[in-house]
Design a protein around this ligand. Structure first.
Ligand code: SF4
Length: 372
């Protein structure tokens, strides 16, 4: 059945038109999950959901890196900053609420928190200001981890350390395949650029069609076409819909660097819980660069204070966890667009341009297509 908004825009380029016509011609019901904040941005920005037929639903999984960073890691970063360290991180991360406050709140209270664009900026600050104890709060998926590994493989100054909250995508997708009502997956093209297509094969072996997609609207439409083709034939495999960038074996140099510096661990995902083998922590040889161990004595008192403050805090109920697992839409959250907006986010999904609530607020009809 066609969606009421599904008429084709006459200005749409021919390739997109053809891809969409093929999708609209299919009657196959398919609930597709993507696990990438950039895919959500493309889907929301170009209004792709509004042109898909009603039998095809695309939902968002846990693909926004700041959304899945657990409160506890944010609390440690804040405790470090309040204890005298200079905590540097990406702009989005500064606005993500911990259990009591955000890094930006801590900065307003006098803590030394600064924004950087990369780990190299953080190292450069540590080199220029040897009197500071610089901690880089490094978050993200396999896409950003190689840059952290490359930096640590070079000699870094003694007053520099890493607070790592890094995640691996395939174990989380594997968990969602078990627990969510999803028929097929769009795998993230930039993660696959590093790890290749092989790590997604266990999903296909369990019967889920998978496609690795790029980030243009036409890439996402092509991805949906490839998933439909698999579903219609009753097969499941990993199709590479982004061959101009992704090689089946990934980026061997980046993988080698990651392996040299980090090892796999269990990891806490905000709202989802601990997922086995989904984290990347520093290897023993790099323990002197591990901020959470190096400065444990320094920040433990501040961390206790943050936890005590969090217990007294009247928390607005945030349903990010349900949104990140495809069980709810942002407009179902009572705070959406009221207490929680991109200017004043109550939860992590409203902070970043990759967050589902942010994109829903900014682009969707249900969100009011408001421009923040
Ligand atoms: S609208 Fe805000 S409070 Fe509600 S789920 Fe999204 S981020 Fe959380």
């Amino acid at each position: 059945m066609k969606n009421e908004d599904s008429s084709l825009n006459p200005s749409m380029p021919d390739l997109e038109k053809k891809l969409l016509e093929r999708i609209q011609a299919s009657e196959m019901p398919l609930r597709i999950m993507h696990v990438c904040g950039t895919h959500e941005r493309t889907i929301s920005k170009y209004g792709l959901r509004s042109v898909l037929p009603q039998n095809i639903e695309v939902i968002s999984g846990p693909g926004c890196p700041v959304c899945v960073t657990p409160e506890e890691d944010v609390d440690i970063a804040i405790a470090l900053a309040k204890s005298g360290a200079t905590v540097v991180t990406f702009g989005d991360m500064m606005r993500v609420p911990g259990s009591a406050e955000s890094l930006l709140d801590a900065k307003s209270g006098g803590a030394d928190v600064r924004m950087v664009y990369s780990i190299d900026d953080a190292i450069s600050l540590a080199n220029k200001k040897p009197e500071l104890e610089v901690v880089f709060f490094g978050i993200g998926f396999e896409t950003t981890v190689p840059a952290n590994a490359a930096a640590l493989l070079r000699k870094t100054p003694e007053n520099f350390s890493l607070l790592a909250s890094q995640k691996q995508t395939p174990p989380a997708v594997g968990l969602l395949a078990r627990d969510s009502e999803v028929d097929a997956f769009i795998a993230p093209g930039h993660v696959a650029t590093i790890i290749g297509t092989k790590p997604f094969e266990p999903l296909a072996e369990k019967g889920f069609p998978v496609v690795v997609s790029g980030f243009e609207a036409r890439d996402v439409l092509l991805g949906i076409n490839l998933l439909l083709a698999q579903a219609e034939k009753g097969v499941s495999r990993v199709d590479n819909g982004y061959p101009r960038v992704v090689k089946p074996e990934g980026n061997k140099i980046a993988l080698k660097m990651m392996n040299e510096v980090f090892e796999t661990s269990e990891s806490e995902w905000r709202g989802i819980g601990n997922i086995e083998n989904s984290g990347l922590v520093l290897r023993k040889e790099y323990e002197d660069k591990n901020a959470s161990k190096k400065h444990e004595d320094l920040y433990s008192t501040s961390l206790e204070e943050i936890k005590a403050k969090a217990e007294k805090k009247d928390k607005k109920r945030c349903i990010c966890a349900a949104i990140l697992t495809g069980k709810a839409k942002p407009s179902q959250c009572p705070n959406f667009g009221k207490e929680c907006t991109p200017k004043k986010p109550s939860g992590p999904c409203m902070v970043s341009q990759e967050g589902m609530c942010y994109n829903w607020f900014r682009y969707s009809k249900e969100g009011g297509s408001r421009f923040a």
